[in-house]
Every structure is written in C-alpha cells, then in structure tokens.
Design a protein around this ligand. Structure first.
Ligand code: PLP
Length: 474
C-alpha cells in the first residue's frame, strides 16, 4: 500500500461551525468566491430548499443527523447508481462524499442489489443467526487476522463494545484516547474529538474536553487524552497510572482531521507499550476498514491490534458494524463474562449485503483499480497546486484522500489546528457546483474513490480543483 503525502496548509473544528480560523493571505478573494458559489449552489437547489422547509416541521433541523446540515443548505438526494448520485432537483454528481465512507462498493452494486433483493423476499429479521453471518465473519477473520467476530449496527456500537470489553477484561476503568479522533457518540469517547485551540491545554499533556453537552464529568475523567504519533505521552500515562489503564483506542490512520498518517513504528510501538503494561489496543477501523485496503489499515500497515471495530463500508451501503478480536479477548464474550448483545445484531439483510460486498465488490482487482485512480487524482491535484502556487498538499491512502490547505505536514491534532479552513469551504462549493459531491465539513473530511468510479470521475474532480485554483489566482 503506497502512501502519497506531500506537505502543503488549513482549520475549523471538524464537526463544529465555529469560525476560529487562521487568517489566510487569500482571504478576501476566497470570501468573494464563496459568496458567488453559494449563490450558484442555492439557485441549483430549489427542490432541496422546499423539502428542508417541510422537513423542519417534523424532523429536528430538517435532517436526520446533525452532520447532514451543510452550508449554505442541506441537499436532499433522490437516488444513486455506480459512482453517481442525483439530488431531488435532478442534478447529477460524482459521489466522492461516499456517505462518510460507507459507499466503497459504489451505489446499487449489482451483487449487493441481488443479495438484498433475494433476502428481503425471504424475511429480514428473526433475531436468530443466519448462515451469511458465518460467511462474513470467516471473511473478516481472514482479512484482519483476528479469529472471532460479533456484529452490531453502527460504528458507535462497535467502539462502545470495544471500550466495555477492554475494561471488562482488565478490570480497570481508565482508557487512553487520541486527541482529534472521533469514535462515535457514546460517552467514553466523546472527549477531545474536535476541541477549540484555547481549550486543549499543553501539547504534551492535553486537557480532556467534552465533545458535546450531556457527557458527565465523572465519565470524562476516565478517558485520558494523548497526542497522535507520540509514544512518549502514552508511556507517561501508562507509568503514571500503573495498573489502572484498561487499554487504548485510536484510528490507526486519523480520518476525522483530514488524513493524518502514523509515523514509522508508531502503531507497533503502541502495541508493545500497551502490552508491556498489561493493557489492550483497539483499532477503530470504522473509516479505514475496506478503504485503506481490503483488510483495512491493519493489513496495509502490518500491525494487528487486540480488537478491531468495523462499520461504514462493511455493509455495501446497508447499516451494519462488527467487532473482531483475539481468541483471548473474544473468549470473554464466548464465556459470558461480557454480554455483547443487540436485537438487530447480525440482521439477515445486513449480513447478506456484507457478504455480497466482501465477495464481489472488495476484490483484489477492485483495489488495484482504485489505486490507479488514486494515483491519477493525486498527480492531477499536485500538478494544479504547483502551477497555481496554492498553499496546499495532498494526503492519500487507499481509496481516501484530501487536499490539506497548508504547506506544512500535519502529524497530529495540534498541527491540524493550524491549518487554515477558509480554503476548504470554497473548494467544496467549486466541487459541488462542478458536479462532484464531497463531505461538507471543511478540512476535517476526505474523498472516497469507490470500486465503481472511473477515470472520467477523477478528471471531473481535478478539473473542478483547477478552476478553483485559477479563480483564486485571478
Ligand atoms: C472513526 C469513526 N469511528 C466511529 C464512528 C461512528 O460511527 P457511526 O456513525 O456509524 O456510529 C465514525 C463515524 O463517522 C468514525 O468516523
């Protein structure tokens, strides 16, 4: 797996709209561009505007998750096929939002459609296992090198099970979490997800900051925050709290702060340190699973943790999640010392879709094709960045990538805070109005190249970026 990283520069808290931004030299021009592009955007979306107004009368905020709110307006979608999707006004987009990383199989992948159609006609829920669940767990065991699996329904549930398991197995309450990693919306991981610069405390001793309202201080105190790519901090926390740390959870490649790659030896070093202190390591592969490679970051980067959490892409577009672990870890589920439960766990529709995605969409040939498309995209963007002297660089791995609007490399959340976010929204609008749908959250998110994208899709992205860069310099 190749890692394409080239320093360049950008900030706003990933999941916050707060504008505590660094001021860029291009600020005035960007403001003009945003104004014009938002007007074009709104002119193209009358159907979405009408639905949003109607939705607000029965759906809080008119949407079904707060992350569907976009500036200047949420976009209502009609349907998707292959690499494309269409909004309710009939406008076509190359979908590189990918539903926050779910749509690795593309839309309506024929194998997923067939599997779901057949399953739906035979009943979709029994709260009893089906054979598909075994086939999927066998495939996951092979791809991740971890023998035992269980299913659940969202990334949040998977990381919640992982935290419970680490605490249950070690009989300890403290958990280490990385500043700037998002692991879902349960209490233990809702700490220092996207804190503001003035709240974060010293870099070598980060303050734990509640990521939303409703998180009790008593729970927050059990989550100890460290910086990414810093083994010394983990060693300090383990030593200062000897015998009190159950384990550590992190995204092996950070993907809720743009994309931040692990330094050489970081993941292996974590595993060694944690095991030396009799604590466990969990990789949250909710975003990296099936996108960084067919076996996620675990296979691509060669470090196998004690526990892996999967969700998003696993179901080929259907809602499902999974947790996998070593025989020792999962033995605590088998012997009943931890009850891993859920009415919809292993739902027949979800595991039928997962089986089809794994066998027919996430193939070695598909990943080779995605690699070629990623190379084409990275090269096109780097060329445009250089020609127009844009203060930016590209970071990409597997099917994922992003333009980081900074000339300096980003190694952790503190570096990420320095990135100027004023470029990201303008770029997002140029892509959107140019027919490429990206996640609407500024510098925090990244593109997804599905197994159904093609060269023309990639070229549309590069063309839009070049138009953005040309206008910025005009
Ligand atoms: C790395 C990571 N973990 C966990 C989650 C939570 O997943 P879900 O939204 O399915 O609960 C997300 C969601 O974006 C995520 O990016």
């Amino acid at each position: 797996m190749s890692l394409d990283t080239e320093p360049t520069a950008s900030e706003t808290s990933p999941h916050s709209s707060r504008p505590d931004l660094q001021v860029s030299a291009d600020e005035t021009r960007l403001a003009e561009m945003v104004e014009e592009q938002e007007r074009i955007f709104l002119d193209r979306q009358p159907g979405s505007r009408a639905l949003l107004e109607r939705g607000k009368r029965s759906l809080a905020g008119g949407v079904t998750s707060s992350w569907q709110i976009a500036r200047p307006q949420a976009v209502f979608i009609s349907h998707g096929a292959g690499s494309k999707m269409w909004d309710v006004d009939g406008t076509e987009y190359v979908d590189m939002h990918g539903g926050y990383g779910v749509s690795m199989a593309g839309h309506a992948h024929p194998a997923v459609v067939k599997a779901v159609t057949e399953r739906v006609a035979r009943g979709t829920h029994f709260a009893q296992p089906t054979e598909d669940a075994i086939a999927v767990s066998e495939a996951l065991a092979e791809r991740w090198g971890l023998p035992l699996w269980r299913f659940c329904n969202s990334g949040t549930e998977a990381t919640m099970d992982a935290i419970h398991l680490m605490r249950a197995i070690k009989g300890r309450d403290l958990v280490i979490k990385v500043e700037g990693c998002y692991h879902g919306h349960h209490d233990s991981v809702q700490v220092s997800v996207a804190p503001y610069a003035e709240d974060v405390g010293p870099a070598d001793h980060p303050t734990g900051v509640a990521a939303s309202s409703g998180i009790p201080q008593a729970i927050r105190d059990l989550t100890v925050i460290v910086g990414y790519n810093d083994l010394d901090q983990v060693e300090r926390v383990l030593t200062e709290n000897e015998g009190r740390v159950a384990g550590m959870i992190l995204e092996p490649v950070m993907m809720n702060a743009g994309i931040i790659l692990p330094a050489e030896g970081y993941l292996a070093g974590l595993k060694e340190l944690l095991h030396r202190h009799d604590a466990l390591l969990t990789f949250d592969e909710v975003k990296t699973g099936f996108t960084v490679s067919g076996g996620g970051a675990t296979a691509a980067l060669g470090v196998t943790p004690d526990i892996v959490c999967l969700a998003k892409a696993l179901g080929g577009g259907v809602s499902v999640a999974a947790i996998g672990g070593t025989a020792e870890v999962m033995g605590h589920i088998t012997d009943g010392s931890y009850d891993q439960v859920g009415t919809f766990n292993g739902n027949p529709l979800a595991v039928a879709a997962s089986r089809a995605a794994l066998s027919d969409a996430f193939t070695p040939e598909a990943y080779e094709r995605v690699e070629r498309l990623r190379e084409r995209l990275v090269t096109g963007l780097q060329d445009s960045i250089a020609r127009h002297h844009i203060p930016a660089h590209v970071v990409a791995i597997g099917a994922k990538g992003c333009v980081v609007f900074s000339e300096s490399p980003v190694r952790n959340y503190r570096d990420y805070l320095e990135v100027d976010d004023t470029y990201s929204h303008a770029h997002w609008l140029y892509q959107h109005n140019g027919g490429v749908f990206l996640p609407p959250w500024g510098k925090s998110e990244q593109w997804l190249i599905s197994v159904q994208h093609d060269e023309a899709d990639i070229d549309r992205f590069v063309g839009n970026f070049d138009r953005f860069a040309t206008d910025l310099r005009s």
